[in-house]
Ligand binder design. Structure first.
Ligand SMILES: Nc1nc2c(c(=O)[nH]1)N[C@H]1C(S)=C(S)[C@@H](COP(=O)(O)O)O[C@H]1N2
Ligand SMILES: [Mo]
Length: 300
């Protein structure tokens, strides 16, 4: 199991050799070469071969910059990410406006190679860098009455053409149940492939919840609020019949307008066939228990 998500396996272990050679210095001091052979075995590595940096940064959803897949790469350059302030409020012991560096100070950055599955039925494998969201929550001190975490994306109309055009209502909002937020798989990502997070992928800090459809993984976060009430997330607000709060990847619960049983792996090549979608995106063993009492076709 460890190969799926611990840092036993780094991107360098599964990237093409040319990229690997350039990255050796980056991984010095982390898991390193030995882990390649210790973790997972050949089939696991094959399965989790990451998409290229190019693919991950040129095929995106980030409606603040437009609805086309190349709009974020084309338009995100103007977003101002330094300074970056994150407001932490609601049911926390230490609310406040945190400079990003202060929020992350002292927390351990890890590399996590995760499957990433969009509700639109395409997928990638992405080597993220980031901290566990649980560590941030511990730092700000979650109060006993809190049950959910709500997140908001930055709104910079002058730098975001999709915001100027009002393609949907902004700010983009997402939410997690507290136990989901505290799960060790839930990452607050600050980079990918060992580089600072590209703007089109949600610089400087975005959520990654690998067992849920991609829209839960909210980008460019400026506000984290601990709440008692379940937040209404953006896509649920837009169309609650099609997009729920939970959004767990599930091949057995179709979207009203398309099947979710298979997916198209980006970069799979012209003749690559669609692949089967896995329950909880392949992380059932880790997260299935969180939903033991739920009817996943009702709470989609
Ligand atoms: N703020 C914000 N976050 C967002 C989105 C968005 O439009 N705005 N799109 C979501 C969707 S639908 C997906 S699939 C992922 C895409 O992440 P990626 O472009 O890094 O692959 O971001 C999610 N986070
Ligand atoms: Mo998505």
């Amino acid at each position: 199991m460890a190969y799926r998500w611990t840092n036993d396996l780094t991107a360098a272990d599964v990237t093409p050799k040319s990229a690997f050679l350039n990255r050796r210095q980056l991984i010095a001091g982390t898991a390193g070469l030995g882990a390649l052979f210790a973790a997972g075995g050949a089939s696991a590595q094959e399965e989790l071969e990451p998409n290229s940096f190019e693919e991950i940064t040129t095929y995106n959803n980030f409606y603040e910059f437009g609805t086309g897949k190349t709009d974020p790469a084309d338009n995100a350059g103007e977003m101002v990410i330094d300074p970056w302030t994150v407001t932490v409020d609601g049911l926390v012991d230490n609310p406040g406006d945190y400079a990003l560096a202060d929020l992350l100070d002292g927390l351990t950055t890890e590399e996590r190679i995760y499957r990433f599955r969009c509700v639109e039925a395409w997928s990638m494998v992405i080597p993220w860098n980031g901290v566990e969201l649980a560590d941030i929550l511990d730092k700000v001190g979650v109060q006993d009455t809190a049950r959910f975490v709500r997140f908001e994306t930055a709104v910079q109309p002058e730098n975001m053409p999709g915001v100027r055009r009002g393609v949907i209502d902004f700010p983009y909002v997402e939410g997690l149940r507290l136990d989901e937020a505290r799960h060790p798989l839930t990452l607050m990502a600050t980079g990918l492939y060992g580089e600072p997070m590209p703007k089109q992928n949600g610089a400087p800090m975005r959520l990654v919840v690998p067992w849920k459809y991609g829209f839960k993984s909210i980008k460019s976060i400026v506000r984290i609020t601990l709440t008692e009430e379940q937040p209404v997330n953006t896509w649920q607000e837009i169309n609650a019949r099609e997009y729920g709060f939970y959004a767990n990847v599930n091949p057995n619960v179709d979207h009203p307008r398309w099947s979710q049983s298979t997916e198209r792996r980006i970069g799979g090549g012209l003749f690559s066939s669609r692949q089967d979608t896995l329950l909880f995106n392949g992380y059932e063993e880790e997260v299935g228990e969180l939903y033991a009492d739920m009817d996943l076709s009702v709470e989609y």
